[in-house]
Design a protein around this ligand. Sequence first.
Ligand SMILES: C[S@@+](CC[C@H](N)C(=O)[O-])C[C@H]1O[C@@H](n2cnc3c(N)ncnc32)[C@H](O)[C@@H]1O
Length: 291
Amino acid sequence: MYINPKWRVLTVGDGDLSFSASLLKYHQPQQLTATIYDSKVCLQEKYDDNYYQQLQQENCQVITGFDVTDKNTWGTLKQHSFDVVIFQFPLLPAFSSKQAFQAQCETSSVNTLNRALLRQYLVNCFAYFLNEKGAQLALITSKNVKPYLQWDIEKALHRNTDINYIGRFTFDISKFPGYKVRNVNRNKHVKSTQGTTYIYSLKSLDTCKTMFDSDSTEYITYNLKSRIPVQKTCQICRTGAFASERDKLMHLATKKHQQMFDYDQQWTNYLQHESINQLSAANNEAGSNNE
Ligand SMILES: C[S@@+](CC[C@H](N)C(=O)[O-])C[C@H]1O[C@@H](n2cnc3c(N)ncnc32)[C@H](O)[C@@H]1O
């Protein structure tokens, strides 16, 4: 992961804060604000607060109980003041009970809920966290295995927004000594599997490419337009080129494709409801302004 020392960095959902502590020590950004979803008490119970203490000693702002989807939890965070926001290995918080799980998943699958969390993260990064004159980058690092790969991170999250998906690079954990990827609800750390960091910006791909090409040594796979004709590919599974129509039909009949197709349908329905809700909220607001 490339961190320019001039950047002001915000980390989101950083389990035990070991990522932020390592980032501060080994990459030395101009400024770091670290946030965790758990309360301070919960942090102490699950892990311990060594990294919390360490960051505080370095005069780094740490905000606990920070829910990236809920403005009311952002406390003293200085909005519009960051160059880059980083969410490492995001995952919905554990459900508190079977009933809570059933209630949440009554209308949406866990796959849709995870996509929704990441969509809200991206939208809030550009609406509230990033400085419009800064580098304007939102990063998500995720694992290269199921179920994470089924979130269709590169295409689905920013659909119908003005956010651009810029590209991705391999996340090299060895550049973050001391960082332990944490489970959502246990104090064990997760076995390291390969991760990929996905890059988003309101800036164009060309502008971001110029910035990275001049500053970063990281190998980035940019989101360039594919030369393969769309009809020879499966856009939902991001696979192809198929050698023949028969090959494509065989792919469309696979369980893997059917499952991705279902997830995509569920996501499309979710986004339709989201835009209906936004429209009615806007109408309500206009109505109350006219009263
Ligand atoms: C698999 S853990 C990874 C933890 C940490 N980022 C790491 O790399 O070790 C997923 C993290 O996402 C956080 N998370 C889930 N929903 C969140 C939300 N709405 N706002 C902020 N963080 C959230 C959880 O609290 C949890 O720490």
